[in-house]
Design a protein around this ligand. Structure first.
Ligand SMILES: O=c1[nH]cnc2c1ncn2[C@@H]1O[C@H](COP(=O)(O)OP(=O)(O)O)[C@@H](O)[C@H]1O
Ligand SMILES: [Ca+2]
Length: 500
């Protein structure tokens, strides 16, 4: 008998699990899966593309840099999310050099501000905060001439106020803030706060001041040198000190003024300088040396002198040591000039001019003794050869690297008390990831309240993990249903066979 003729089988083939129905169900499932996957992907991409922006101007003593930062709008309290996307170096010198023509200080920022603004989508510009922080150059100008410093600040303020961005203020930050924000930057970029891991100390060398900042377990001897932070639920007891006039440009002026004192007061006398290369010879203005509150002077020296190199590292080193006072220390332990410093602790990131100079001299790795040996040979290289070997390097920088390298070694070893053993704890760095090491990022994080005191509540899965799990489940579900259906069919046809 053919199956067609069997009445029971006739009944089975007409049950609700008909082919068209299955096709319908399969289509609905396929649409549902495609819908879920698409939603997951679009949702994810949408979040990744929505950024917020912030701009910080670092008005340093030697020049101004404009930094653009961006972070995903919905993750601003997650550490590691803020990244530098652009930096523009303003042409010309730092804003403090506009003391004589303050009105020009603001407009000098024009090109870089335009460039920075172009990095921010138009619809975000109105809400993008702009901060200007001035450092040691302006601290010195304020000491010398408060009204000139006020006028320079007013000029940059008036310029920044009229940009389509959200101007938040221009001020001279303190040395302590400069140190603390540099420390926040390197540890934020290293993700040390969120992971509650050991922090890294920060060493910043500028043209007019230098900062040392690190976590210390030592009781505060001088409370003004300690700052307390509570970040992501952890407490940090941080030592920081800023030495005004101990940036490398002011230290060079100080060094020159010490040597000039020993010279006869006739104009155009020759200053033999062991920190400059043999063959280097330049006529310089005395005012270039003395025009600074960091250099003591009697009267206002005018006229010129001949600056002549005599490249000898050990004599240069001795001379540079003379810039520091190591004898007086009324506290338990000191760095120099009677300033309290607890024992060094942990690793240090050394940036800004620490990096520029040590990187140029190829001294970012190796021992302290190696560094001294290599610097000895570098300083004794004739100026002519140095120029020939580095035709593209700015002459001012090039002529000063022997002094700057010697100054850095002396500051770190004799000043801050690093030894041959602890030298390896210093990492000379320019960037961490895409972001420059420096105080600006830490400053913005603080001003925008982007580092919470307590660790934020987090969902158990990161967003991408959540999307991945959802997509996986969405793919698994119809598969399982299909499998179930096949099993159901198989058992159905088995029972039909039995009946047949
Ligand atoms: O390429 C370089 N080689 C050597 N020194 C550099 C280079 N770029 C910048 N510098 C130096 O880095 C220092 C930056 O200091 P800054 O202008 O930030 O002063 P501040 O922090 O004391 O206010 C200056 O001494 C400047 O000359
Ligand atoms: Ca600086």
């Amino acid at each position: 008998m053919s199956p067609r003729q069997h009445p029971l089988l006739e009944m089975k083939t007409k049950n609700p699990w008909h082919r068209p129905l299955i096709i319908c169900v399969a289509i609905v499932f396929a649409v549902a899966v495609i819908g879920m996957v698409t939603t997951g992907v679009i949702q994810n991409r949408h979040i990744r593309q929505k950024y917020k922006y912030g701009i910080v101007l670092d008005a340093g003593s030697s020049h101004t840099s404009v930094y653009v930062y961006q972070w995903p709008a919905e993750k601003e309290n997650n550490t590691g999310m803020v990244q530098q996307t652009h930096v523009c170096n303003v042409k010309g010198k730092g804003i403090s050099s506009y003391a004589g023509s303050p009105d020009a200080a603001g407009s000098a920022l024009g090109e870089c501000m335009e460039e920075a603004r172009s990095k921010v989508p138009t619809e975000r510009q109105k809400e993008t905060p702009v901060y200007l922080g001035a450092t040691a150059g302006m601290r010195l100008l304020r000491m010398e001439n408060q009204s000139a410093s006020d006028q320079v600040l007013a000029s940059v303020e008036n310029f920044l106020k009229v940009t389509p961005l959200s101007y938040q203020g221009a001020c001279i930050i303190t040395g302590q803030e400069e140190g603390a924000y540099g420390w926040i930057t390197v540890n934020y970029l290293g993700d040390n706060f969120r992971k509650a891991q050991r922090t890294m100390g920060a060493l910043d060398l500028g043209g007019a001041s230098t900062q040392i900042t690190f976590v210390s377990g030592v009781e505060a001897q001088s409370p003004q040198d300690f700052i307390h932070f509570r970040l992501y639920g952890n407490e940090y007891h941080v030592y920081t000190h800023s030495f005004l006039c101990y940036g490398k440009d002011q230290a060079l002026r100080l060094a020159l003024s010490h040597r000039l004192r020993a010279l006869p007061e006739t104009t155009n006398s020759t200053l033999l300088d062991h920190c400059f290369h043999t063959g280097y010879r330049k006529q310089k203005d005395l005012s270039d040396v003395y025009d600074s509150p960091c250099v003591s002077k009697q009267g206002t020296p005018t006229g010129t002198f001949i600056h002549q190199g005599a490249g000898n590292w050990s004599l240069c080193h001795q001379h540079v040591q003379g810039l520091f006072n190591f004898s007086q220390c009324a506290k338990r332990s000191c760095s120099f000039n009677g300033v309290f410093q607890p024992p060094l602790q942990g690793t240090f990131g050394a940036f800004s001019a620490f990096f520029f100079v040590m990187n140029f001299l190829n001294l970012t790795s190796g021992s302290l003794d190696d560094a001294k040996q290599r610097l000895t040979s570098y300083c004794s290289t004739p100026w002519e050869k140095i120029q020939k070997d580095h035709p593209k390097v700015k002459e001012k920088y090039l002529s000063e690297y022997c002094f700057s390298g010697t100054y850095i070694l002396t500051l770190l070893e004799d000043g801050y008390n690093f030894t041959s053993d602890t030298w390896k704890e210093i990492k000379f760095i320019k960037k961490i990831g895409d972001s420059d090491a420096g105080w600006t990022l830490g400053y913005m994080l603080n001003m925008t309240n982007m580092i919470p005191a307590e660790a934020p509540d987090r969902p158990p899965l990161p967003h991408s993990g959540y999307v991945a799990v959802m997509v996986l489940l969405a793919l698994l579900l119809p598969g399982l249903l299909f499998l179930g259906y096949r099993l159901f069919r198989r058992s159905g046809s088995a029972s039909r066979k039995q009946i047949v």
